[in-house]
Write a protein that binds this ligand. Structure first.
Ligand SMILES: Nc1ncnc2c1ncn2[C@@H]1O[C@H](COP(=O)(O)OP(=O)(O)OP(=O)(O)O)[C@@H](O)[C@H]1O
Ligand SMILES: [Mg+2]
Length: 245
């Protein structure tokens, strides 16, 4: 998030996926999803178990599976749909997967440094420790021995250590105690104040909606709602039908 990368016109379309369709083998999962995000916005991507939320994030980050077979994905003028995952990472996609993917055998600091091999570098290690003091205290500890909450912090810090334009969070609060959820919520708010554009997937829809500007709801791989986060919080029918809250 260096000044050089800061967009002067925050209202222009920054991210879009246009009619994306993706498959695990023969299984047709993401079935024609389209949405846009403005720079600096947080989008909550919601829906029941199996709705296709993780698959949508995986499609955007251009992992091999699910395979994108139709549609376009654009980030700050760059065609992610034409890229492999490592190219999408260089183009500015920062994925924090559900399983966090901390590298075994490496310390906290080595996990961050490894991510910084991908140029250009984003936040410095010191800035990440300022954001998550627990990580600084444990910089020499093996990453996989951290608590669940600390591993989530490391996964987020590691994403920010590259100069990303879009942060993808898959269930960042999953399995964490409420006090840790609050701590991570606060840092996500701070990250938002720094202008980061973010997609958050969460089973804890209320927590995601509190953080988000807008929301998209998926059902069986299709978009069933797009609107303001506030609207979803206020629409009982929508919450009941698609979110079970
Ligand atoms: N590797 C895979 N191979 C085949 N089908 C898969 C694979 N991964 C996911 N699916 C299927 O794709 C559909 C969407 O799954 P996805 O993980 O995207 O849902 P989700 O909305 O993230 O759900 P959850 O809230 O449970 O995490 C599900 O029916 C799932 O069984
Ligand atoms: Mg999922």
């Amino acid at each position: 998030m260096s000044a050089a990368h800061h967009n002067q016109n925050p209202s222009r379309e920054y991210f879009s996926c246009n009619d994306i369709h993706s498959y695990y083998g023969e299984s047709y999962i993401v079935q024609g999803v389209s949405f846009t995000i403005r720079e600096g916005e947080i989008l909550a991507l919601l829906g029941r178990n199996g709705a296709g939320k993780s698959s949508t994030l995986r499609t955007i980050s251009r992992l091999d599976e699910p395979e994108l077979q139709q549609g376009e994905i654009w980030l700050d003028g760059k065609p992610l749909h034409e890229m492999k995952s490592h190219e999408a990472a260089v183009a500015g996609v920062g994925m924090v997967p559900e399983d966090r993917r901390i590298i075994p055998g490496l310390t906290v600091e080595e996990n961050i440094k490894l991510a910084q091999i991908v140029e250009p570098v984003g936040w410095s290690i010191e800035q990440i420790y300022e954001l998550f003091p627990r990580l600084g205290e444990r910089r020499k500890q093996e990453g996989v021995t951290l608590s669940g909450g600390e591993q989530q912090m490391l996964a987020i810090g590691r994403a920010l250590s590259r100069d990303i334009k879009l942060l993808l969070l898959d269930e960042p609060y999953e399995g964490l105690a409420p006090v840790i959820v609050q701590e991570i919520e606060k840092t996500l708010q701070y990250i938002r104040e720094q202008g980061m554009t973010t997609i958050i997937v969460e089973q804890n829809a209320v927590a995601a909606l509190k953080l988000a500007d807008r929301a998209v709801i998926l059902d069986t791989g299709q978009l069933v709602y797009e609107g303001s986060a506030q609207e979803v919080l206020e629409n009982e029918q929508l919450r009941h039908e698609y979110l079970a809250i």
